[in-house]
Design a protein around this ligand. Sequence first.
Ligand code: FAD
Ligand code: SF4
Length: 474
Amino acid sequence: GGRSNPGGFLIEQRRLDKQPADLRVRAFTEITLKPTADSGAAQASRCTDCGVPFCQNACPLQNNIPDWLALSADGDLREAWRVAAATSTMPEICGRICPQDRLCEGACTLQQSGWDGVTIGSVEAWIADTAFDNGWVEPIRPLAERGQSVAIVGSGPAGLAAADRLRSEGYAVTVYDRHDRAGGLLTYGIPGFKLEKRIVQRRVDRLIEGGVQFVLNTNVGVDVTMDELRSRHDAVLLAMGVYQARTLSVPGRGADDTVAALDFLIAQNRVDCGDAADASAPHAAGRDVVVVGGGDTAMDCVRTAIRQGANSVVCLYRRDRENMPGSAREVQNAEEEGVRFEWLAAPKALMSKGEAVTAVRAQRMALTEASASGRRDIAPVAGSDFDLPADLVIEALGFEPEAFAEQLDSGLGLSKWNTLQVARGGFATTLPGVFAAGDAVRGASLVVWAVRDGQDAAAEIDRYLRARTEEAAA
Ligand code: FAD
Ligand code: SF4
């Protein structure tokens, strides 16, 4: 009882306290301070149990948010954890890095009716962290071994979520990745100040302890072929993400004049994982940095450059603040940390002296009148050129799929965007026994969608393998 809490909104919303910007730019650790038992419960108790769980519907995992908020408000974190873990294989990760303003929190009835919404993401992370700290996170112990095996290509959130569910069902699971560490973009894309490496490693360790095999440094299509995987395993899940970086096409851009966003981020993430710094890797210390792009990747680059001790950091984005794809919260964090934004500005040329880049020549853009479709376009403003001094130019213009069919198997059907084609409403590719999930199917998306796909693909693979067993027995 006592669920309904009509006065919840009277409790003041408290976002998790952030470290002051001048302190947090000195480290690659998370910037929020952890809630105490009292403050966590107080924030959870702000949920008014409005009866129509818009938050749950807006969560790609359909997390049972009102239930775990009520349980946390009552101090029953252990039960809250049980409920949270039922729908999500990584609540502590989604709670940290989902763009909640566009998902659960944006849909919260309090938020929608002009009050401050419930801080759902930070309560979710707090529940899960408490569960890990108290040893409530159950090891994976399948009831019985099923005697069939599944290969998963790619150890990002889609692959890890599928591995968790398939191993729990008793399948032998082998995860292949071309990197030397598991985690995909959780490890080598997303910086530690949003998601500390130990949080990802904790998940990977749990899978290893549960019997999932990781085969790292193995590029599928080069070191092992798809035919080999298909003969070794009863089913294959492709969860390889999208890694072909878009590049600038402006005059003056030579091969060595720019750095790809992911190369820049990987170098820092390696150091955060404990590797020795690589002197030949791109680094922003003392440099004037211009990052081109306005998505999550661009935000991570500017904030990494600040922490590396850049002399100046400018983000160049051709649309305005309201139309940028990156999270508003991250823009605010970046501004607090000293990043300068040039909105409605697009690169026009790279300027060099000898071998070295010296500036980005940019031009102003203006929003045009809304077209019939209602979307406002942008057009360059004549005579508006200006130069931004730069000796490190980072391209964060988004990612396309790699050539999957060429690399893996010419029998793989592709969509018109060159992502892996799957059967409508499911995960089966055009090759029998081969499934696909995450960014490799959706194009660049979100961690929470990759988790959803991984979990659902695991359920479909389970049905497929059970059906095959029954056929064989018949
Ligand atoms: P990935 O995480 O990309 O993992 C794919 C894995 O497959 C990689 O480990 C790769 O090495 C491996 N692989 C690829 N090809 C092969 C092969 N041939 N053989 C073997 N292994 C292979 N989303 C959010 O929700 N919040 C954020 O804050 C956020 N920030 C981001 C920041 C950056 C810099 C980037 C790039 C993305 C961010 N995203 C964010 C998006 C999110 O990271 C992705 O949507 C998500 O990781 C996709 O998961 P995935 O499992 O499909 O693929
Ligand atoms: Fe919100 Fe993401 Fe958690 Fe769903 S998974 S409740 S969208 S933070």
